[in-house]
Every structure is written in C-alpha cells, then in structure tokens.
Design a protein around this ligand. Sequence first.
Ligand SMILES: Nc1ncnc2c1ncn2[C@@H]1O[C@H](COP(=O)(O)OP(=O)(O)O)[C@@H](O)[C@H]1O
Ligand SMILES: [Mg+2]
Length: 327
Amino acid sequence: MRFAFIIDPIQKLDPGHDTSVALMEAAQTLGHDVWITEADQLSVASGKAYAELRQVELTPVKLVDGRWVAELAWYQLSDRHLLCLEEMDAVFMRTDPPVNVPYLYATYILDYVDPARTLVLNSPQGLRAANEKMYALQFKDVIPETIVSQDKKVIRQFVERVGAAVIKPLGGKGGEGILFIEPGDRNFNSLIEISTLQNKSPIMVQEFLPAAKEGDKRIILLNGEPVGAVNRIPTGSEFRGNMAVGGRVAAAEITERDRYICSQVAPALKRDGLFFVGIDVIGGYLTEVNVTSPTGIREIDRLNTVRLGEQVIQWVTQLPHQSSAAS
Ligand SMILES: Nc1ncnc2c1ncn2[C@@H]1O[C@H](COP(=O)(O)OP(=O)(O)O)[C@@H](O)[C@H]1O
Ligand SMILES: [Mg+2]
C-alpha cells in the first residue's frame, strides 16, 4: 500500500521522539511505500487533491541503553512527483499547530480526497471541528472546572471561586503560554491582558489540579480505543509536564478511570473521523484532546516494549475500503 504523510519539514523532525517518524517507519517495516509532503505543497485541480510528494526511505532508529538512537542520515528522499492523493491508500495529516488560516486551507484541500478511495487521518472535517483545548468541554463530567472567556471580570470571578487556576491559550501546544494564576497574583490583570491579547481573544481558564505534579498522562486512542499511555512528570521548579519543556517520561497504566474517560470521548471521535488522537489526563480528569499531531508513540514503545506505530498502520490496512483503494 501507499501511505502519504503531510508533515513539517522532515529535517526538523526528531526521529527518536516524533510520532510521525514512528508511523512512517512502521509503514515501511510492514512493507508499504511511504511518501511525504508538506501542507504548502497541496493543491486542487479538476476537483481532486494533489500533492508534491517525495518517497522516503528511513533507516529505523535503534534502542541503545534505553534511548532511541538514529543515524545522522536517517532518511533518503526521491525526486518530487506531483500525484493525486487518491493514488495513496491513506494520508496522515500530521502538521504541528498552530492551526492558522493556511492550516485550515490545507484541510479544505483534503476535502477533495474521496474517502471511499483514500483514508485521510485525521479527517479534515474533524480537524476543523476540534480545537484541541475546546473539544474537551463537551465531556462535562470528566473535565476539571473550566471556562473560556476574554472578559477580565468573568475570569477574575472564576479564579476567585476555584482558588488557583491555569490559563491556556486556545491554540497552544507543548506547554506554550500555559500560566499558573491565583487571585492574589500581583500580575493578575496583566497576565489576563497579555493572554487575551488585550481582551480581544478568548482563553481557557481551568481549575488548577494539584495532581499535575504526579504527572500529565498521555493516552493514545486508535479509533476511540486506548492503545497506550505514558506519564509526563514536571521536573525542577516547572509545573508543566510537557516533554517540550523538560517533563520526565515514565511508564503508565491505562486505568479503569482512563477507560471510562475514553468511553465518554470515543463516540465523538468516531463521529468526527478523529482516528488517531492523544488525550491528556491529569488526576483522573480530561484536560486536552490532541488531534493535529499527537505524540507519545516513541516513548510508549520504549517504556512498554510495544510497537504502537505498527498497530496503527495495521488498523489502517485492515479497513474494508483500503483493499479496493488506489491502484
Ligand atoms: N488544570 C491543570 N492543573 C494543573 N496543571 C495543568 C492543568 N492543565 C494543564 N496543566 C499543565 O500544563 C501542561 C500543558 O497543558 P495542556 O492543557 O496539556 O496544553 P498543551 O500540552 O497543549 O500545552 C500539562 O502538561 C500540565 O502539566
Ligand atoms: Mg498537552
């Protein structure tokens, strides 16, 4: 089969950490052709989506003393080919946030891939429907107390009520712009003004969960089913657990509570074509639903001696319509 990955420039990817590389490697290991492109290399002509694609050959990473080690030249690329994306059996849209206007346009281009021929994951409609912070709000019973607002008065009232809170920009990732705030903070107003771009853009304000110091669990869901988890524990004086800000990773179980949260989220994920997702769970509460380029596979594979990437690729290849797809 042929798999295409829409990714950020490949030379910027970290082969020992990035899930996109793990998925590409898995597809190659299972005998499939792997092609890559970038969001700005997509086009539509005669009602079909095209991309400038290059075939990639990867030298898989190796586990050495508990770390993934990659060769310096870990990928080799073919020349570019302008191909209809429907010549692919599956297209992984894995561009990192921000979800800005060009990103949204890329999803509109992907609407011109016939789902009966080629699976796009996550689905372009789902990527537009799901803001990674706000998607969780619909699962009221499993999230911490949370508001979204740009109104300083509303935010102050909320923070005074919950005592301590976390501010989150709605388009952030990897801990970007996440702030701790409490009613007595001398910078209270200024923090709100900076975060809301002078009261012009809404932010998420969420009850601070003290359990965050024990970790922020990433659970990977494949078609709504939890398939692996990893804990990210803040280090030093940092309260954020993100790997991008130095969070330490540790093996994690998928608990009964985690399964309950996943069962609450799964119907919406399936409805929205969000096949490959990473949810974040802190102290038994859902805090985020990552749909654009969820990560964690490399860490889970290493800590649990599994091959999640291969599980994902196998799931795609077993979908009924895949066998009749591209010729
Ligand atoms: N309600 C919360 N209470 C305490 N810490 C939180 C809370 N929400 C998030 N955090 C911390 O901030 C980090 C980033 O939050 P998250 O909502 O996952 O945004 P992103 O990962 O997209 O930056 C988490 O890893 C966690 O350590
Ligand atoms: Mg997160």
